[in-house]
Ligand binder design. Structure first.
Ligand code: ZN
Length: 103
């Protein structure tokens, strides 16, 4: 009666060698790799508000120029108020006027 010896295969455990022998390194030559020029992608249209400047604040009706937004009551003419869904706000002084909604 002979016992079969099971051959255990031990997986070689990779022991991370922490202490790496330092080589006398030669200064490597830095070679700048030229990156391949990528084909120009068609720019995806960004949803970005177009800056209209002062044009966005006025509307021309015939010969008249009508300001689209109310001016700030504190700051005076020239300080337009931001148009929110329920209010106008002055970005200069913080004045807020709520829109009067008719029932
Ligand atoms: Zn103001």
């Amino acid at each position: 009666m002979s016992k079969k010896l099971e051959k255990k295969e031990e997986a070689p455990v990779a022991v991370p060698n922490k202490e790496e022998p330092k080589k006398a390194e030669e200064p490597e030559k830095v070679v700048e790799e030229k990156k391949p020029v990528k084909a120009a992608k068609p720019k995806a249209e960004k949803k970005h508000k177009e800056e209209k400047g002062a044009r966005g604040l006025y509307k021309v009706e015939g010969d008249k120029v009508v300001p689209l937004r109310p001016a700030c009551e504190r700051c005076g003419i020239g300080y337009f108020m931001a148009d929110h869904h329920d209010r106008y706000t002055c970005g200069h002084c913080g004045f807020t006027r709520y829109k009067q909604t008719e029932p």
